[in-house]
Write a protein of this length. Structure first.
Lengths: 442, 145
């Protein structure tokens, strides 16, 4: 196995297509895609406004002349303004819930569903799935793309599916045990719940036959991977996708587990600075932007995902040629720019997790007393952290500061505060107090 | 012979010191002595009280972060060099002191030192060996009545 955590298997030879062939195929498919969207009112209008015609796109670099598409554009054309085929050709609708109420819908033709199954089969196989396996899918089946996408991928490989869907953890564990599933598909946080419940039920995780897990649909960390793998005795793989692009299957990890290969024969990826929208520096984090190349029902051009990640074009030991993306570190909506550095609240949380073991309560306060940004991170002290020795408390504070620096590259003043003094929020916590914007408002 | 000490985490802001004291007073817990270690940002208040478990419970209920640790109290003779003698014994035995503070107790206003040792059991043995009066909880608490 060498540098692989499991056997390196490739589902589709297209995954290892040489780069020049891949670029030629991308251009050919991009031109076809632009022809397909020519009559979609949104694109027609947007292209005219940008002063560009699909005929102007002669090279892959020309893609940058086309305007971006955003979630707001999809919402503005609710419900089906982006449909590029007649209703008679639509085989399926899915959707993603919006925080503001109405979902945004995506549509698939029969061919799209088949493409989607293949894309999911690719990452499932690269992460250990074999035809003789049984796969337990604990994703919701519904408008959400997770359940169906993975379901089709497993079927395409020829393995057995247990469509357990979401909820009732004890029942899920009974199914896992009695049907002896080899592979678990769910969100990483639900895997932690399963691991905890297995323990509470007095079941040894080794009584389960799980060997592999495929996690997606939410950000997670290497620490979580290590914990789940140790608790459940399996290998966990990361995959990425979003319904606006196709659902799961946009990218997935291989057995080398050093990033997720983007399925570039089906999508063109760009990484842009979310402020300037110019290409991010190579090796730098930026917002991922995807253009679909094979979708029929609802092709998407330069879709701004709001997901921040980093691309790695270096060759991978597995032989796949698709560029790799690392974990999504955050959303552009949450991103803070401190002294020119992009920082996400999730990174502060990660630093605190490293120091203390569980997610404590914290507040990030940013100010600009003179010309430079200053960051204070207030962290609530808990009984188990408390020492009667001053030196220990100062060391705890310093360790938090060091972890924040090593993860974000910024220096933060850490303030230990009394418990229950930081405001509690229901739902999405407001962890940031940015005095710089207050000043601008005044 | 060890005595339970409560440590309370405090932010360094006006009025914070009095809150835990009020909480204990309301609960009828008698504070024998109190010492404070602080930085610009935060402090740790260390308390010796007659009923440490009860004190911990009421403080925790009031929202304080509290830790109970074991410390050693010794009586210091009221003569020049009384303190130096004790420190010499401790140094000779190679026992390290994390921190210490002094207070008076008892009807005759006897002086006592509270030590936080890294190895309290060894310290007690060494001190008693040299005839130093290590004060137990009962003696200390009774003196407060
Ligand atoms: Zn690879």
């Amino acid at each position: 196995m060498g540098e692989f955590v499991t056997e390196n298997r490739i589902w589709d030879p297209a995954e290892t297509m040489p780069h020049d062939e891949l670029r030629a195929l991308q251009l050919e498919r991009l031109v076809q895609t632009l022809a397909r969207v020519a009559e979609v009112p949104f694109y027609k209008e947007a292209f005219t406004k940008a002063g560009v015609s699909p005929d102007d796109i002669k090279t892959l670099d020309d893609l940058r002349r086309l305007p971006f598409t955003t979630k707001a554009d999809l919402r503005d054309h609710y419900p089906l303004g982006f449909l590029a085929v007649g209703r008679d050709r639509v085989a399926r609708f899915h959707g993603s819930s919006g925080t503001t109420g109405k979902p945004t819908f995506v549509a698939y033709t029969k061919e799209d569903l088949s493409t989607w199954a293949d894309l999911c089969a690719r990452f499932l196989v690269s992460g250990g799935l074999r035809p003789e396996h049984t796969v337990h899918i604990a994703f919701g089946y519904g408008l959400f793309t997770g359940g169906f996408g993975l379901h089709y991928g497993v079927e395409r490989v020829g393995a057995a599916v247990v469509p357990a869907a979401a909820g009732n953890t004890r029942r899920q564990i009974m199914l896992l045990k009695d049907l002896a599933a080899d592979v678990l598909v769910c969100t990483p946080s639900y895997a932690l719940t399963i691991a905890e419940t297995v323990g509470a039920m007095g079941i040894d995780p080794k009584e389960l036959s799980l060997k592999f897990a495929h996690f997606g649909a939410e950000p997670w960390t290497e620490d979580m991977r290590a914990q789940i793998e140790a608790d459940m005795g399996l290998l966990a793989f990361n995959n990425y996708g979003l319904s606006e692009v196709i659902g799961p299957g946009v990218s997935g990890e291989c057995a080398a587990r050093n990033g997720m290969h983007i399925q570039e024969d089906h999508f063109i990826v760009e990484c842009v600075d979310p402020e300037t929208l110019e290409p991010a520096q190579p090796g730098c984090q930026g917002e991922l932007v995807f253009t679909s190349l094979t979708k029929q029902a609802m092709p998407i051009i330069r879709y701004r995902t709001r997901d921040i990640a980093q691309l790695d074009p270096s060759p991978c030991a597995c032989g796949r040629t698709g560029i790799r993306m690392d974990r999504v570190v955050g959303r552009t909506d949450d991103m803070l720019i401190i002294r020119g550095v992009n920082v996400f609240p999730s990174q502060i949380e990660e630093a605190l997790l490293r120091v203390e073991g569980t997610a404590p309560h914290y507040l990030i306060e940013i100010g600009r007393p003179e010309t430079l940004d200053e960051v204070k991170v207030h962290v609530e002290v808990r009984s188990k952290d408390l020492s009667d020795k001053m030196s220990h408390m100062q060391a705890l504070r310093d360790r938090i500061g060091q972890e924040i620096h090593s993860i974000t590259g910024i220096h933060a003043d850490v303030y230990l505060v009394e418990p229950q003094t930081l405001e509690r929020f229901v739902g999405k916590a407001k962890r940031v107090l940015d005095h710089r914007t207050e000043k601008n408002d005044a | 012979m060890k005595i339970k000490q409560l440590s309370v985490f405090l932010e360094n802001k006006p009025g914070r010191l009095s809150e835990p004291c009020h909480t204990l007073a309301k609960a009828g817990v008698n504070i024998l002595t109190l010492s404070l270690a602080d930085t610009q940002q935060f402090g740790i208040m260390r308390l010796i009280v007659k009923e440490p478990e009860k004190a911990r419970d009421v403080l925790t209920q009031s929202g304080c972060v509290v830790k109970v640790t074991e410390v050693v109290a010794v009586e210091v003779e009221d003569r020049p060099g009384g303190l130096a003698d004790i420190l010499e014994i401790i140094e000779a035995a190679d026992i390290s002191i994390e921190y210490m503070y002094a207070f008076t107790f008892g009807r005759k206003d006897k002086a006592a030192l509270v030590f936080r040792f890294d190895d309290p059991d060894k310290a007690i043995d060494v001190l008693q060996d040299k005839g130093v009066n290590v004060i137990g909880g009962v003696e200390l608490y009774d003196s407060a009545d």
